[in-house]
Design a protein around this ligand. Structure first.
Ligand SMILES: Cc1cc2nc3c(=O)[nH]c(=O)nc-3n(C[C@H](O)[C@H](O)[C@H](O)COP(=O)(O)OP(=O)(O)OC[C@H]3O[C@@H](n4cnc5c(N)ncnc54)[C@H](O)[C@@H]3O)c2cc1C
Length: 442
């Protein structure tokens, strides 16, 4: 099976290669949680989490923005306002629409669920997920430089950053006409909170607030038969998507706000989980040669909560002498109801995919946040400085020369994988910065 895929798509090799990227140095990147524990998945390497991501590209929908307004967490513009930016981001990616696997179409028909083809950014070999570094053009990457603090002058203009070289320990300063923060929500909030020069950005105590992440209900269906040899050649193809079907106008009303979507994967040979992955299911890797598996993930929206936020630990410092971030987690009363609905739906899909002799394994606690790496918020964009850290251009309020271009900008995390929306917002920031540079409005 694997030989058939080599050299273009060696999944085991790909998984082994990316594994070290998510195992960050715990002393250098320490954090702690408060309330509910939170597994903060980070990639500390140029390119960020797009080095390891699954490549799912989902267009945000008007309903997502309406949910946010109903929950008093409004997006400052309708989706149409960033549609052009999202389209441009999408056009830059190497996008492929996977064919619809017939088994997922059949499950959709059986359960009355709409199932759509996966739209994915794929790497040149057709299976490696898109890597944002592929996108780099006339820029210079300075590897190993860990930004410690934002620097600002007395007139409230950000002038650069201080950094430490993670390999040599040498410290330095980089200056420029503007600084763009794209360090991911928790780290961007930390940098804003940790930099005395950036204090005006937090005049209203908003930095670090509005943090969201997805709830995820995940099931693995172990199938005693091998993955059919007639399946399409790459795992990017053996996938499909179920768009949101709850709380759409008057249709399928639920007793919680927002909604969820489903990602369906498989069948894959069980051996592709690797020996440790197979043992984690309580199975013997040597007896797995003929088995295959499906994955069903329900991805659910959480709306901002006043107690879900990032602050800095007053006492604990990391190896670079930085105060470590504290990730406060809290849940609304609606979240257990949403989680239950997601579990029931995902389990119904898993059941429908099972063949005689199959077993279904729950893979995680749905209500335990983290571990999915879809966090958003913390430096939210908006119209009013009283309610938002940045303006509509991603420019940090009350400071000059400082911009944000990552998932921190999102007022809500949506009910679907977020990256296409993040890229659209980053495009918006980039365009605004270019215009401000050209017109001297910095
Ligand atoms: C395994 C996995 C699969 C995923 N699959 C999908 C998917 O299929 N579809 C989807 O839409 N989303 C997916 N995601 C989520 C997606 O990758 C994130 O939502 C997205 O990358 C967030 O972008 P960001 O710019 O906010 O943060 P990041 O991508 O985390 O980028 C932050 C960057 O900042 C750097 N950095 C941080 N702090 C510092 C510092 N102090 N100094 C210098 N550099 C710093 C980091 O090294 C990193 O390069 C996935 C994530 C993971 C982990």
């Amino acid at each position: 099976m694997l030989e058939r895929r080599l050299p273009s798509c060696d999944v085991v090799h790909y998984r082994e290669t990316i594994k070290p990227l998510t195992q960050v140095d715990a002393d250098a990147w320490a954090y702690r949680t408060s309330g509910i524990s939170f597994d903060w998945i980070r990639v500390r390497a140029g390119g960020g989490r797009s080095l390891v991501w699954g490549g799912w590209l989902l267009w945000p929908e008007a309903q997502n923005f309406k949910d946010a307004a109903a929950a008093d967490q409004p997006w400052p513009f309708p989706i149409e306002a960033i549609a052009t930016h999202i389209r441009r981001a999408r056009n830059l990616l190497n996008i492929r629409q996977a064919p619809m696997p017939p088994h997922f179409a059949a499950v959709g028909a059986k359960l009355g669920l709409e199932v759509e083809e996966k739209l994915a950014a794929v790497g040149p070999c057709g299976c490696r997920a898109f890597v944002s570094l592929d996108w780099r053009r006339r820029s210079t990457l300075r590897p190993n430089r860990v930004v410690l603090e934002l620097l600002a002058n007395r007139r409230g203009r950000v002038t650069g950053v201080s950094y430490v070289d993670a390999e040599t320990g040498a410290r330095g300063i980089a200056t420029g006409r503007a600084v763009v923060l794209a360090a991911s929500p928790i780290e961007t909030a930390r940098l804003l909170l940790a930099s005395p020069g950036a204090a005006p950005a937090n005049a209203h105590g908003l930095v670090g607030t509005g943090l969201t992440d997805h709830l995820v209900a995940s099931y693995l269906v172990l199938v005693p038969q091998p993955a059919p040899a007639t399946e399409p050649a790459t795992p990017m193809d053996r996938a499909a998507f179920v768009p949101r079907f709850v709380n759409l106008g008057r249709k399928n009303r639920r007793d919680y706000p927002g909604g969820f979507t489903l990602e369906l994967h498989g069948p894959e040979p069980l051996l592709e989980l690797g020996a440790d992955g197979i043992r984690a299911l309580g199975l013997d890797p040597t007896a797995a040669a003929d088995a295959s598996y499906f994955l069903v993930h329900a991805i659910g929206e959480t709306l901002p909560h006043p107690d879900r936020k990032v602050t800095l630990d007053p006492d604990r410092l990391d190896r670079y002498g930085r105060r470590i971030p504290v990730i406060h987690q809290a849940q609304s009363d609606a979240e257990p109801r949403r989680a239950r609905d997601m579990e029931e739906t995902a389990l119904a899909v898993a059941d429908a995919l099972a063949t005689p002799g199959s077993r279904i394994f729950p893979l995680r606690e749905t209500l335990t946040p983290g571990g999915i790496a879809h966090e958003a918020g913390g430096a939210v964009l908006g119209r009013s400085p009283q309610r938002a850290v940045t303006d509509l251009c991603g420019r940090v309020q009350n400071l000059r020369g400082l911009y944000v271009a990552d998932a921190s900008l999102m007022p809500t995390g949506l009910d679907r994988p977020p990256t296409l929306t993040v890229l659209g917002l980053a495009m918006n920031t980039a365009d605004s910065l270019l215009e401000h540079l050209a017109t001297g409005a910095l």
